[in-house]
Design a binder for this molecule. Sequence first.
Ligand code: NZQ
Ligand code: ZN
Length: 388
Amino acid sequence: MLGNFTYCNPTKLYFGKDALCGLNEELPKYGKRVLLVYGGGSIKKNGIYDKVVKILKDNKKEIYEDAGVMPNPTTEKLKEGIERARKAKADLILAVGGGSVCDYAKAVSVSVHCKDDAWDKYYIRFEEPSCKIIPVGCVLTMVGTGSEMNGGSVITNHEQKLKIGHVFGENVFPKFSCLNPEFTYTLPKYQMIAGIYDIMSHVLEQYFSGEDDNTSDYISEGLLRSLIHSANIAVENPTDYEARSNIMWTATWALNTLVAKGKATDWMVHMLGQSVGAHTDATHGMTLSAVSMPYYRFILPYGTAKFARFAVNVWGVKPDGKTEKKIAEEGLNEMEKWMKKIGLVMNITELGATADMLEGIVESTLIMDGGYKVLDKNEIREILKASY
Ligand code: NZQ
Ligand code: ZN
């Protein structure tokens, strides 16, 4: 049964080959001082930086830069960014990059006018901002996280070996995002397929919760089928515009709060993956693929009917004459075959996890209670052992 909910997504999207022109519509709404936030330099190599700077200048903006946002942005970098934004007296933060850059921009946006320590307040105590928030806009260059249209912001604290996401409310969502699928063509294949699995995991972690006849589940199955179809094409031909644009659009819908409506939502694959990430600094999507099969095989007995539905509706498993359990298992087998075929990392050893990290990873895994089985630490340990 769908319970009570409110739904509002305030992010305005500009999608397609002309998406960057959206900046000309958006920039006049904000003051002169723009903090341009980006990563390690890919946007300088592929020309996106020059295009963005030209539009900023055409709109008579003063540009202040905060470069070098790393994948899995850290608390140290966040401190630096807060100082930069304060000095710049930024009226707008423009994030040009992937999920890391967008997440980081949101973290800075809620911290500039906040007196408390940002890590403790937002990522340990999960408080909402009580200060002025600097508006964030986004030009997306890497597809997967959905950060372009949600309130998520994930920060890594290497000292504490924790990687934690705060899902902020609507006031922290990007005000606008420009999504040009062509901007993703220069992504290394490893990042492209990591992003594809990140999308899949987002959908699955909302889909595998609750057993109701929920509209969200039908939408999710459609998103998954589109993703698998387009991923198969993009892996062969990374510049297939139709496939890349479908993947980009699917990523946005996978985590912009829509398919969570009426769902308890699981998120244990993300909790396991983030803990692996906190210890290895590995690529987000690959940390998810590496723990998924052991996790799903572990929880299958607690949600067999849904796994069987998934097998039939998403993977085309023929149900005739088979038990529900058999159908469900065949679905996971098909998924595993596909994951290997597109080149995902299937174990955490390959991501740099060593045996002596096991207890630390178990310790840093947050336990969520929305899935088919609330895990205890021993079960987390077993799943992680099976992921090595
Ligand atoms: O730093 P540069 O040089 O730009 O290189 C990046 C980076 O090395 C490169 N890249 C991005 N666009 C490119 C490109 N290279 C060539 N051409 C392009 N067009 O790709 C690498 C990865 O970028 P990153 O932003 O780290 O990837 P992603 O988008 O996967 O973001 C990962 C972060 O987002 C968090 C993750 O935990 C991780 O910290 N997440 C955020 C979520 C949210 N906001 O809701 C949810 C997700 O589950 C996820 O947890
Ligand atoms: Zn994710």
